[in-house]
Ligand binder design. Structure first.
Ligand SMILES: Nc1ncnc2c1ncn2[C@@H]1O[C@H](COP(=O)(O)OP(=O)(O)OP(=O)(O)O)[C@@H](O)[C@H]1O
Length: 258
């Protein structure tokens, strides 16, 4: 299994955020993490990425404990699009995206033609190539978000972790980014773990959803098996209806709050 976590506990001071979370993603699968604000989704993603050491529990990447892998070995196998951040000062888009290749090669590694090809391809796929020489701090929040995705893709890792990848994006670009990730998931067999807030998008793109509540996994399964009115109430405290409809052969979900 590309990514597996068992018995993960994380506490910040007296705030118990994760209280024994088991999580796994199989190869080529898209799993979305759902839950209220503050339910621990980002914390779990950071644990899975090896950025946060859990108080208890284990994480393994392709069967090997994260702790036994170097930063570079992890970067070759797993890329993370964090919620925000990244060193942007003074860097052009191309220089920024190249950081994805340095993550895989090591800071002192030399980048070759194949690295340049991967940088170019990641910029093309995310539609940011036209800004290659523009300083990143001159781009809008949404444009920058696509560049940050390009950095993660340039890493060319088989596991992709995405923390709210559609933040800042208008509807057109939200769809573009999700469609792009899905195309890569299918073409390259990427394993995708994404924190998403939009339930309709989660239903549309995920093979499986995992919802956190009270520090544990409250629900885990195919979107159409899991997301219903009860789920809406239990996970988000929202009363309403969940409609599943099929149009043009596609199963879609609509939330109608009371
Ligand atoms: N570094 C930290 N130090 C202290 N508390 C933290 C830290 N990181 C997260 N927390 C707390 O842990 C809880 C879970 O935060 P987390 O960001 O994982 O939630 P989330 O489900 O991703 O939320 P959101 O949907 O708002 O992004 C929150 O109460 C948050 O305040």
């Amino acid at each position: 299994m590309p990514l597996q976590a068992s018995g993960v506990h994380v506490r910040f001071g007296t705030n118990v955020v994760l209280a024994g979370v088991d999580f796994g993603a199989v190869e080529g699968e898209w799993v979305s993490l759902l839950g209220r604000n503050g339910s621990g989704k980002t914390t779990l993603l950071r644990v899975l990425a090896g950025l946060l050491e859990p108080d208890r529990g284990t994480v393994s990447l392709h069967g090997e404990p994260l702790g036994s892998l170097s930063r570079r070995q992890i970067a070759r196998r797993m890329a993370l699009l964090p919620q925000s951040g990244g060193q942007v000062r003074g860097l052009t888009v191309r220089q920024f995206v190249r950081q994805g290749r340095y993550a895989a090669r090591g800071a002192l590694g030399m980048l070759g033609d194949s690295d340049d090809d991967q940088v170019r391809e990641a910029m093309r796929a995310t539609g940011v190539a036209e800004w290659a020489d523009v300083p990143l701090d001159r781009l809008s929040g949404g444009q920058r978000q696509r560049v940050r995705l390009a950095l993660a893709l340039a890493q060319d890792a088989p596991v992709l972790l995405l923390d709210e990848p559609t933040t800042y994006l208008d509807v057109r670009h939200q769809i573009d980014v999700l469609e792009l990730v899905r195309a890569l998931q299918r073409e390259r067999g990427l394993t995708v773990v994404a924190v998403l807030h939009d339930l309709g998008q989660a239903a549309r793109y995920s093979d499986r959803v995992v919802a956190l509540r009270d520090g544990v996994v409250h629900a885990d399964g195919r979107p159409s098996d899991v997301v219903d009115a009860r789920f809406l109430q239990d996970v988000y405290g929202v009363s309403g209806e969940v409609w599943w409809i099929t149009t043009n052969g596609l199963l879609k979900m609509v939330v109608v709050p009371d």
